[in-house]
Design a protein. Structure first.
Length: 219
């Protein structure tokens, strides 16, 4: 790509890298702004992007909207002083710089194993921490709302680039995803820990979708 398209792609890549430092409302807003700029350009120049690029852009835009909703809701929740325990957990904050760098620089960006392995490591880490739960009904509702979207996105991620699937393949995918959620929602996992995993999932998957878009755009 050349000229103005190169500028748009460079802006998108720069904003995606910021998520490695901070997955918060402002960072996701900035990334979404770049995606909307690309969308505006694509609509005004319908021949600029092929079908693959348009599909990747639509996916990234949808996910950015979901991620921003979560980040905005968490900002309001952690702004209350009595929620300092949750704020402390979210400040673990490095979403996984290595994972994000791997996604952004990989020769092939279809890397569901990076996402699942990072989420599993986060869950294992949280199991070693003593988490004191407070009055967290609102946070629990927030988790349940976004967990449904996470469940669907994991199915899409697991089947995205498979040219064919047998019934056995589908059942294996189902067992893996359901097993992960069984671990995430086990009795010993506090809702704060579930939110940390959910937050990391959104960050990693959003970067993965942006990387797929960059690849489709040749950037």
């Amino acid at each position: 790509m050349a000229g103005e398209e190169d500028d748009l792609v460079a802006g998108l890549r720069a904003k995606a890298r910021l998520l490695a430092d901070s997955f918060d409302e402002r960072a996701v807003w900035s990334l979404r702004s770049e995606l909307l700029a690309l969308d505006a350009y694509a609509r005004a120049n319908p021949k600029a992007f092929d079908a693959e690029a348009r599909r990747a852009l639509e996916r990234a835009l949808h996910l950015a909207g979901e991620a921003h909703a979560l980040a905005a809701e968490l900002k309001g929740f952690t702004g209350q002083k009595e929620r300092s325990q949750v704020a402390s957990l979210l400040d673990l904050g490095s979403i996984g710089v290595l994972s994000i760098e791997n996604i952004l620089t990989a020769d092939k960006v279809t890397l569901p194993r990076i996402v699942m392995s990072s989420l599993s490591e986060t869950l294992t880490f949280l199991a070693t921490r003593q988490i004191v739960a407070g009055s967290l009904e609102v946070l629990g509702g927030l988790y349940r709302q976004h967990a449904a979207a996470m469940y669907r996105e994991l199915w899409i991620l697991a089947t995205d680039h498979r040219k064919s699937l047998t019934a056995k393949d589908v059942r294996e995918i189902q067992a893996g995803i359901d097993g992960f959620f069984a671990s995430l929602e086990a009795d010993g996992v506090a809702v704060e820990g579930q939110i940390v995993v959910l937050r990391q999932f959104y960050a990693l998957l959003l970067v993965l979708r942006v990387a797929e878009l960059l690849d489709a755009l040749g950037g």
